[in-house]
Design a protein around this ligand. Structure first.
Ligand SMILES: Cc1cc2nc3c(=O)[nH]c(=O)nc-3n(C[C@H](O)[C@H](O)[C@H](O)COP(=O)(O)OP(=O)(O)OC[C@H]3O[C@@H](n4cnc5c(N)ncnc54)[C@H](O)[C@@H]3O)c2cc1C
Length: 385
């Protein structure tokens, strides 16, 4: 059988791509090396921030707006809450320059007319008693932003894909991928599948199938997530506290977090590191006690009040990041029939329905719903010297 679209990797992007292609009536099959949603890739850990004023660049605003429409559609179809609209608070130093995340966010919000407020340290203390800003800090507040529930989102996309006729093969890694005339051949342990087009959304494993071409553009980084016990749960519940991103100095002096989304589950907080690379097969999966202590003492103490240093839970997760943090959505170097969509650089979840849809449309030869020029290979710098 010749499929119209075969999707390799059914995480955030691949589940959305499969659902999008199936909804358009294509004969589709999706493969995953595990049984998604799972905890070994880039899409687990309970929550992901979504916000409309994307400081990462103006090219992402149409993408997130399209995604927001698609999240609403998926919520209506599934009857589930997928996005907690808590608002987002982004804190920065009001004396900082263009590198400041809050300042860049404000600029994008003004450019695209995103509803927002600018808050002083005193405003924040009054409205969100969980946080203490220093006198030179200020905040951007976006009321319609919030927290996506990633495991639910992926499960809903996969259920919908199946309902629309897609085949799903869990625990079935794609071992090889080759262009063969008017089709692409994908070999698994048990069979060889053929499709007119392939979407390669294998996240941190993409280099296994794409080799050096991808490895030059994207690297894998281990990240640590910690859930701390609030000493005042009332100021951290999702009805009162927003998601937050806080830059309190240069370089890696920043962190982000979420309200307590399940009572007693703790407040999830994380920072990010882009200096030590990993691979998904060799990465250390547990979290050392000193990593949690360092996160608390270096970033949270004195800023996020009403949070105790008592660690309730910790996990690791993987970023697949390009040198400039930009996405990659383009044909594979060896075939226009293979669309690569997986370098989401730590900010991809919110965009995954629109990116998945873009990949599905590309695979089906239809025009994209959003402009993808900013995400081509040629737009991404290389890690190669
Ligand atoms: C700690 C952390 C925090 C983040 N926070 C945010 C946030 O707040 N907001 C935001 O928007 N984004 C955030 N991101 C980024 C976002 O979560 C990722 O960009 C997104 O989830 C990546 O999705 P993906 O589909 O590319 O990868 P994944 O979801 O990992 O999917 C890849 C899939 O491919 C499968 N696979 C791999 N190889 C094969 C193969 N050979 N054959 C078959 N299947 C294969 C894997 O099993 C996996 O299921 C965060 C990421 C991390 C790690």
């Amino acid at each position: 059988m010749l499929y119209d679209v075969l999707v390799i990797g059914l995480g955030a992007v691949g589940s959305a791509a499969l659902s999008s292609a199936a909804r358009r009536g294509a004969r589709c099959v999706g493969l995953d090396r595990f049984d998604p949603p799972h905890v070994l890739g880039s899409s687990h850990g309970e929550t992901r921030i979504t916000r409309e004023a994307t400081a990462e660049g103006p090219a992402y605003v149409p993408l997130v707006r399209r995604s927001n429409a698609l999240w609403r559609d998926l919520e209506a179809w599934s009857g589930e809450t997928l996005l907690l609209r808590t608002g987002a608070l982004i804190v920065g130093d009001e004396r900082a320059d263009d590198l400041d995340f809050a300042a860049r966010t404000i600029r994008v919000a003004q450019q695209f007319d995103v509803r927002h407020e600018q808050l002083s340290a005193r405003d924040v203390a009054r409205r969100f008693p969980a946080f203490t800003l220093s006198e030179h800090e200020h905040a951007y507040f976006e009321p319609h932003a919030g927290a996506l529930l990633p495991e639910r989102c992926i499960a809903a996309h996969l259920r919908r894909a199946r309902a629309d006729g897609a085949e799903i093969r869990a625990n079935t890694p794609a071992l090889t991928l080759e262009a063969a005339g008017d089709r692409v051949r994908v070999r698994t342990a048990g069979e060889t599948l053929e499709a007119a087009s392939v979407v390669l959304s294998a996240g941190a494993w993409t280099s296994d199938l794409l080799g050096e071409a991808f490895a030059e553009r994207a690297r894998v980084y281990r990240q640590v997530l910690c859930w701390f016990e609030p000493s005042r749960p009332d100021v951290f519940d999702a009805a009162h506290a927003p998601v937050f991103i806080w830059q309190h100095g240069e370089g890696d002096a920043h962190f982000y977090g979420f309200p307590e989304v399940t009572r007693g589950g703790g407040v999830k907080v994380a920072t990010e590191q882009l200096s030590v690379t990993s691979t998904p097969d060799t990465v250390r999966r547990d979290v050392r006690p000193d990593e949690a202590t360092d996160l608390f003492e270096r970033h949270l103490a004195g800023r996020v009040n009403a949070l105790s240093p008592r660690l309730l839970r910790a996990e690791t997760c993987l970023y697949t990041a390009t040198p400039d943090g930009g996405f990659l959505v383009d044909a594979a170097p060896f075939s226009p029939r293979v669309t690569v969509v997986s370098a989401c650089s730590g900010h991809g979840f919110k965009h995954s329905p629109a990116v998945g849809e873009a990949a599905a449309l590309r695979a089906l030869g239809e025009p994209p719903a959003v402009n993808l020029a900013a995400f081509e290979w040629s737009a991404r710098p290389s890690y190669a010297p």
